[in-house]
Design a protein around this ligand. Structure first.
Ligand code: ATP
Ligand code: MG
Length: 356
């Protein structure tokens, strides 16, 4: 019997509605070739739904998703709906409730794509940012006093737990072990943030003892950002707290070229809950509905999903197809200097995956 994977599909807003079908087209082609089936359930949760009903998703939304093996998301957000509504109405509840404590962003300069960094070749930019996704600087603990007076006072606490640090670091070390360079960099700021960051460094050093095969180093976040731009070839796997990881995981895809190709994953490694896979880009209202969005970020996110579901061979076939299409001058969308449409690129990749 064919392996079956239950996928919750949330196209969301804007170009998410155009890129998600192309992602599914390629995933289904991979399924036919590698012998698995996708059981898809579609959800119309979006800002459009919010504008009609006052909710981004139904009250029992998370329960509806709970039985899925993974969630495949397009993009969420639309002008006129404040970001905190779309974030807190859909994305954050998923991340929190499903304990997706790893945010993963592979950053690769693909052949045939121009990096904003001059003279960079594909072998120079191939690293992964691992961001802690549940605690750290983004806590709800803090307060504001004496509003509007000269004594006004605001504070916000960071929360770092041993459990939280250890589990993200363990994931990062395990990932580094699987990659040829076996190198892990930690983002810190222990020269300025004197409680949480020294603790982060301590946990990193402690965890490193269990992985003698992984070379480690660490940089303060400020100089690390500079190195991402000046020496992207130094990096293999990079682990950071919620805030530092957030910064690096936007900078990383930026140095690797077009936002239209960058994938991401929100993972619960224990598979106790569904993980979520989505492109780095947003709903791109400026080009939505025109059929010109680049579907590669969505399709590559689908490859990350397959890897998580244990379909590593199929995942590899998808990334290889993307590389070949870009290297060999296949159809490309406007953001990459071509004039192909979203569907044309999706079809070309689905055919390439089917052919092998
Ligand atoms: P977010 O919703 O995450 O805040 P944003 O509004 O900052 O994102 P995007 O929606 O990602 O930004 O769009 C930023 C720019 O990149 C826009 O000009 C958009 O057209 C372009 N862009 C984003 N994704 C794609 C894509 N898949 N293909 C082509 N262009 C894209
Ligand atoms: Mg936006």
């Amino acid at each position: 019997m064919a392996r079956r994977h239950r996928i919750a599909v949330i196209p969301g807003d804007g170009i998410g509605k155009e890129t998600t079908p192309e992602g599914l087209r390629v995933l289904e082609a991979a399924g036919r070739r590698f012998g698995f089936e996708l059981e898809l359930t579609h959800y119309d949760w979006s800002c459009e739904l919010y504008q009609k009903t006052g909710r981004m998703m139904p009250e029992d939304g998370l329960d509806q998703l709970r039985g899925a093996d993974s969630i495949f998301l397009g993009a969420v957000g639309w002008p006129g709906v404040p970001d905190h509504v779309s974030l807190w109405g859909l994305l954050i509840p998923m991340r929190r409730d499903f304990d997706q404590y790893i945010s993963l962003r592979p950053c690769r300069l693909m052949p045939g794509v121009r990096s904003p960094l001059a003279d960079r070749r594909p072998e120079d930019i191939d690293f992964v940012v691992v961001r802690e996704n549940t605690e750290g600087e983004y806590s709800s603990s803090g307060g504001r006093m004496f509003r509007g007076t000269p004594r006004e006072f605001v504070s916000q606490e960071s929360v770092f737990t041993r459990h939280g640090c250890d589990r993200v670091m363990k994931y990062a070390f395990e990932l580094a072990m699987k990659r040829p360079r076996r190198k892990l960099t930690s983002a810190t700021k222990s020269n300025g943030i004197t409680f949480t960051m020294p603790f982060w460094d301590e946990r990193f050093a402690e965890m490193a003892k269990a992985y003698p095969g992984v070379a480690t180093d660490q940089f303060h976040i400020d100089i690390l950002c500079a190195h991402f731009v000046q020496h992207p070839d130094w990096f293999d796997v990079v682990v950071g707290s919620n805030l530092f990881g957030d910064i690096l995981s936007d900078l990383g895809p930026a140095v690797a070229g077009s936002i239209g190709i960058a994938p991401s994953a929100n993972i619960n490694p224990e598979r106790a809950h569904p993980s979520m896979f989505e492109p780095v880009h947003g709903s791109a209202p400026d080009i939505a509905g025109k059929g010109v969005a680049n579907p590669i970020a969505q399709i590559w996110s689908g490859a990350l999903m397959l890897e998580h579901l244990g379909e590593a061979e199929a995942a590899g076939a998808i990334t290889t197809a993307i590389e070949s299409l870009l290297a060999e001058g296949g159809p490309r969308t406007r953001d990459l200097g071509g004039n192909a449409g979203t569907v044309e690129v999706g079809q070309a990749l689905a055919e390439a995956v089917a052919r092998g």
